[in-house]
Write a new protein. Structure first.
Length: 349
């Protein structure tokens, strides 16, 4: 792998106490092109803009996928990734669904290792600090034919971590628009899944909510996800979360939440949950918590939800399951506690 180091660093111009998620990028990026039927040798070079033809395939047909990951630094200045194998497997799954050539596993992990080593000074070992990592691939042929691209570009860029949500969320249960439908690409981390969500989310925001709860496309009665995250409910002393399907992304954080909850002795059910049940459990006082979970936020508490013209406010708990689970996951990520499930991946320095 050819590595061209930047002659300047932007790090000294960054106020790490006031950064916003995904607006500042590190000094280098990983790049690899697919051409003539195979992936070329990858490179790492200084972060810079791309030059693309106006006819570039992705602009017209949206053949693009991505992943979200984080790197952490412990008190010994060792660098760690959290469950990167799961991210790679999901990347493969998304590639297959979007008819994109699968990126070689060796290139993926070597690229991550070398890039994170270069950017290690961008990662603090202060509690809550991390480096957000965005691998992505898009169709890059200059062509307007409505058929799969011939060429592809794979990149990894990095951004110093910041809180994705600064406060508990108020969410609106959507009963008209859909994020995904059976047989579609809802289980893939495809760019278009997110772009098409912006408009209905804006409608929820105009009603005074922060995010949207997605329901099934058939009946709009079965809860699926919240915003760009998986969703979980504490009903009594049990966590209930929708089962994954071809309309629900197989979230790495969701899987971690389920396992950590079980490690803490908390019962977990993966099953369908309907709006009627949610409202009924709220009115009975049995609905204790709702939270979203995803890479950027880890866990995002939800303080209220709306459906049609009603709003339901949850009581704040002193020792919530969400806080317990988040603390356990973050401690594993930052190498502050024992990793019972062998999730950590050490960067070779």
């Amino acid at each position: 792998m050819k590595i061209t180091k930047s002659t300047n660093t932007k790090i000294n111009d960054v106020n790490f106490n006031s950064i916003k998620f995904g607006e500042i990028f590190t000094d280098h990026m990983f790049e690899c092109n697919f051409s003539n039927g195979s992936w070329e040798d990858p490179i790492i070079r200084p972060y810079s803009s791309l030059v693309l033809d106006p006819s570039t395939h992705v602009f017209h047909y949206g053949q693009s996928i991505f992943e979200g990951m984080k790197a952490y630094k412990d008190n010994n200045n060792d660098l760690w990734l959290f469950r990167p194998k799961d991210n790679y497997e999901r990347l493969k799954k998304s590639s297959e669904r979007m008819h994109i050539p699968v990126f070689p596993e060796e290139y993926f992990f070597n690229g991550l290792n070398e890039l994170i080593k270069l950017e290690k000074d961008w990662i603090s070992n202060k509690p809550g600090s991390s480096l957000y990592i965005r691998p992505f691939v898009f169709s890059s042929s200059p062509m307007l034919a409505a058929s799969p691209s011939i060429d592809y570009k794979f990149l990894i860029i990095c951004s110093p971590g910041a809180a994705y949500y600064s406060k508990p969320l108020s969410v609106y249960i959507e009963d008209e628009y859909s994020r995904a439908a059976p047989g579609g690409a809802g289980y893939a981390k495809a760019a278009g899944n997110y772009g098409s969500a912006f408009y209905p989310t804006s409608l929820a925001i105009s009603k005074g909510f922060d995010q949207i709860v997605w329901t099934d496309s058939n009946s709009h009665q079965k809860i699926e996800e919240v915003g760009t995250m998986s969703i979980a409910f504490r009903i009594g002393d049990k966590i209930v979360t929708p089962m994954t399907s071809d309309t629900i992304l197989d979230s790495v954080t969701r899987k971690s939440v389920i396992q950590v909850a079980k490690d803490l002795g908390i019962a977990v059910e993966e099953r369908d949950i309907f709006i009627s049940e949610l409202i009924s459990e709220f009115k009975s006082g049995n609905l204790k918590e709702i939270f979203g979970c995803g890479t950027a936020a880890v866990i995002a508490p939800i303080s209220s939800f709306g459906y049609k013209k009603e709003r339901f406010e949850l009581n704040k708990l002193e020792e919530s399951y969400a806080d317990q689970i988040k603390n356990s996951i973050v401690n594993i990520q930052q190498n502050l506690s024992k990793d019972l499930n062998s999730w950590k991946y050490k960067i070779k320095q």
